[in-house]
Design a protein around this ligand. Structure first.
Ligand SMILES: C[S@@+](CC[C@H](N)C(=O)[O-])C[C@H]1O[C@@H](n2cnc3c(N)ncnc32)[C@H](O)[C@@H]1O
Length: 289
């Protein structure tokens, strides 16, 4: 029997009660199992206080599979390579994002890229390192397409990675709601087209600039070589332990060109790599030294 805090026990009792008689059975062991799985698979910390979140996000799937308890769902997940794990990771990660989120980072990126783009042939590499459904990398690509209008001699690419395979599938489809779009800057509007069903897609040059790939920031495999001119790793470190945050920032910093920029989410700070990066005046932003 896994030991839990009184707070977690109370949260579990409350959430199971509010689900009523039809709710699947959810025990301490279940929370411990999924918390450990998410720590290993994505570096995401799910403290006891997240018991209700785990229950609410996974219970519909447990019911959909015709199971009456989380214990049965755990048995169903015995194979670590089962595709069902993609569903678990998808449900227990937070994918909220929108285009041009934290606009100050895009102003910084615009200034940085404008300085880098030379009159002759050149190469630009940027990385959205927790890209959700593509709102962030497409914002980067739209900016690049705008800056590179009528330029054929610039080799520019946006790498977009995430640990959630289901969100990467959504990103490849590239259908965005008005909430995803938020308030688009004027220069971005020609690159977004509204469809008959009310969703919008990114059209034209930005589409060809972005490559979506699976990548786990806390995994051993970091196949990308860089060096990158800019990396956005925003609103993902907050879900990780301090040790993982420091390791991730250190690895990101090493993949930046000297003078390249690293932007983190508004409540995140670079805990590692203090000798490699320096904070700059733009919030949560750093330059590789
Ligand atoms: C809140 S979204 C942030 C999206 C975007 N960066 C932004 O700021 O709008 C967090 C994203 O991080 C991804 N994520 C969580 N853990 C990850 C990991 N270990 N490696 C890569 N991506 C991860 C989630 O799947 C999710 O899409």
């Amino acid at each position: 029997m896994t030991l839990m805090t009184a707070e977690a026990s109370a949260a579990i009792r409350e959430v199971v009660k509010s689900a009523g008689a039809s709710g699947p059975a959810f025990e301490h062991e279940d929370l411990a199992f999924f918390a450990e799985a998410m720590r290993r698979r994505a570096g995401i910390v799910l403290p006891d206080a997240k018991a209700a979140l785990v229950f609410r996000r996974l219970a519909p799937r447990v019911r959909q599979l015709g199971l009456s308890s989380f214990a049965q769902y755990r048995e169903r997940l015995w194979n670590p390579d089962d595709a069902e794990w993609d569903h678990v990771v998808g449900q227990l990660t937070t994918n909220h994002s929108h285009f041009f989120r934290e606009i100050h980072h895009f102003k910084l990126l615009s200034k940085h890229l404008s300085e880098l783009i030379e009159p002759g042939p050149c190469r630009i590499r940027v990385w959205s390192a927790a890209c959700a459904a593509g709102q962030e990398p497409f914002s980067m690509a739209i900016l690049l397409a705008h800056l590179l209008a009528r330029r054929q001699d610039v080799d520019a690419r946006v790498l977009a990675t995430d640990v959630d395979r289901s969100i990467l599938t959504a990103a490849e489809t590239g259908r965005y709601t008005p909430e995803d779009l938020g308030r688009l800057p004027r220069f971005a509007r020609p690159f977004v087209r509204q469809q008959a069903d009310g969703t919008s897609t990114v059209v034209g040059a930005p589409q060809d600039l972005v490559s979506f790939k699976f990548h786990n920031l806390v995994g051993a495999e970091w196949p990308m070589r860089g060096p990158f001119d800019a990396i956005f790793c925003r609103n993902v470190l907050i879900y990780m332990s301090r040790a993982d945050q420091a390791r991730v920032v250190d690895r990101l910093a090493r993949l930046l060109k000297v003078g390249g920029i690293l932007c983190l989410g508004h409540s995140e700070v670079a805990r590692g790599a203090s000798s490699l990066i320096q904070r700059i005046e733009v919030p949560s932003s750093y330059v590789r030294i």
